[in-house]
Design a protein around this ligand. Structure first.
Ligand code: ADE
Ligand code: ZN
Length: 343
């Protein structure tokens, strides 16, 4: 077990969270509170029985519950409340910067205006900047189980809001069911997003094969891979990730809960790190996977017996892999190098 001294030092270590789905931060308590506020009936009698349903066999079994849970989000205040709860929580974990994915299609398909989604998220993010000193960006993500035409429609509906949210919305992502929805399906829409000047990321190599990671780099031209742990199956790809310093936003507790790995001690994070890849630690959908950012650090450090050098490297990677401007990266990197870790 991580000692309380180490946990305190990890909390004080500046770090960024780069792989976080805001809809995945809806705790059962908040799902019930929002359902009540919006006069919705949930198919669970109480909070405990909803939490008890969080036992997943694979990515799809989780996504079914995740999309169902998101249906309680109706108003700008709902999106604000959800985001503020997460920001306060991750601030307590010692995050200094977060890059948050959100899935507009999950909401617009239920008749929620995309402006409501942006407005609620942005109000919380801007408040957290001023009140908590926590910086953030938004990554608008396309759902890969939907069509290319749907992704284009999502982009078109969001573009009129770009100027209003230019301080936050700087990137595009790709998430949801990976298998059977390869990167090539979204090549044209990512090309358009690149022309528009967005930073690009995509989920790949979570459940899908190493080929999807390569195609995300070649066809989607992403700068960062979300998950990417199956890259290890392709030595040539590993060499490329290392030489290009392509960041992988790894989510250990997610991988455990979605049965991508059987046990945290079997996780390949340390091997990826040892091979010189820019690995970062993140929580993915913390309300569903039993741990926020700091829990992911402590449990991974315990399971893989990571050294102080490796821990500091993970924190530095999270800053280097972020979309922060160079001077802000430098500021946090020097804080990390001065941050004490118990021997
Ligand atoms: N959406 C939310 N969490 C996800 C994950 N782990 N993989 C793909 N899509 C997601
Ligand atoms: Zn994810």
């Amino acid at each position: 077990m991580t000692s309380s001294t180490l946990t305190a030092a990890l909390r004080a270590l500046p770090k960024a969270e780069l792989h976080l789905h805001i809809e995945g931060t809806l705790e059962p308590e908040l799902i019930f509170a929002l359902a009540q506020r919006n006069q919705q009936t949930l198919p669970y009698p109480d909070i405990a029985s909803l939490r008890a349903a969080y036992s997943f066999t694979n990515l799809q079994s989780f996504l079914d519950l995740y999309y169902a849970g998101a249906q309680v989000l109706q108003t700008e205040q709902d999106f604000y409340d959800m985001s503020m709860a997460y920001l306060q929580r991750v601030h307590q974990d010692g995050a200094v910067h977060v890059e948050i994915m959100f899935d507009p299609q999950t909401h617009t398909s239920r008749g929620i205006d995309i402006e409501v989604v942006f407005a609620g998220l942005a109000r919380a993010l801007r408040q957290a900047r001023t009140e908590l000193g926590l910086s953030s960006y938004l990554i608008m993500s396309f759902l890969r189980h939907l069509s290319e035409a749907d992704a284009f429609a999502c982009l078109e509906s969001a573009l009129p809001l770009r100027e209003q949210y230019a301080d936050l919305w700087i990137a595009i992502g790709l998430d949801s069911a990976e298998l059977g929805n390869p990167p090539e399906k979204f090549q044209r829409v990512f090309e358009r997003c690149k022309e528009l000047g967005f930073r690009l990321v995509a989920h790949a190599g979570e459940e899908g094969p190493a080929d999807y990671v390569r195609d995300a780099l070649d066809l989607l031209q992403v700068e960062r891979i979300d998950h990417g742990i199956r890259s290890e199956e392709d030595p040539a790809l590993m060499m490329r990730l290392r030489s290009q310093a392509t960041p992988l936003t790894v989510c250990p507790l997610s991988n455990l809960r979605l049965k991508v790995v059987n046990d945290l001690t079997q996780h390949n994070l340390k091997r990826l790190l040892d091979q010189g890849l820019c690995v970062t630690i993140n929580s993915d959908d913390p309300a569903y996977f039993g741990g926020y950012l700091l829990d992911n650090y402590t449990q991974t450090i315990d399971a893989l017996d990571l050294t102080d050098v490796e821990i500091r490297q993970l924190a530095a990677n999270s800053i280097n892999a972020s979309f922060l401007p160079p001077e802000q990266k430098q500021h946090w990197l020097s804080k990390i190098s001065q941050s004490p870790l118990p021997a």
